[in-house]
Design a protein around this ligand. Structure first.
Ligand SMILES: [Zn+2]
Ligand SMILES: [Zn+2]
Length: 178
């Protein structure tokens, strides 16, 4: 989802999208995302790009569903996020000082090098900012037993409770992510 600066008409450009599986997956490959983050087909949003004296104003709302892996039990789970976007985009060579006094709201400035705005990447960066460092499928997820690999306290695990990290656990975690 790249938008050429030339394609933005004077009265602004509206971009809407809904349910396209590929919108963020390409962007996800380009930026170093936390392990285990996947983007669900469900994403929709509406953006407005408009030329202003401070640069290209990019505003809008996004609703997205992300697939995460629990950092304790490596189960997949989903989180939904609603994001408001409020940015001013400027080209590297034309970097203007965004005057916070006159700038409406608290738009963050984005500097781009070429003549295209990669909207998908901006959206994805914002989504990733919203995610916890160590995602949990639920607050009190007990995690996997390092001895038998079963969910702790699930009944499948009969091991005595001890806090020893077994190297096999790492292997199991990698396998589950595939
Ligand atoms: Zn979990
Ligand atoms: Zn066990």
């Amino acid at each position: 989802m790249k938008i050429r600066l030339d394609d933005i008409p004077e009265n602004g450009l509206e971009v809407t999208f809904s349910g396209d599986r590929n919108i963020l997956s390409q962007a996800l490959e380009h930026i170093s995302s936390p392990v285990g983050v996947g983007v669900d087909p469900f994403i929709k949003g509406r953006l407005i790009l408009r030329e202003t004296t401070e640069g290209i104003a990019l505003t809008g709302k996004i609703r997205a569903s992300l697939n995460l892996l629990c950092s304790r039990c490596v189960a997949e789970f989903n989180v939904d996020r609603n994001i408001d976007l409020n940015f001013v985009v400027n080209r590297l060579s034309q970097e203007k000082h965004v005057d916070q006094e006159t700038c409406s709201g608290e738009a963050d400035e984005i500097i781009i090098e070429g003549f295209e705005i990669d909207v998908a990447e901006i959206i994805l960066q914002e989504l990733l900012l919203e995610l916890p460092m160590n995602p949990l499928c639920r607050e009190d997820c007990p995690g996997l037993c390092p001895n038998c690999g079963a969910m702790r306290g699930s009944g499948d695990c009969k091991c005595p409770v001890e806090e020893v990290l077994d190297p096999r656990w790492e292997k199991l975690a990698k396998l589950s992510k595939k």
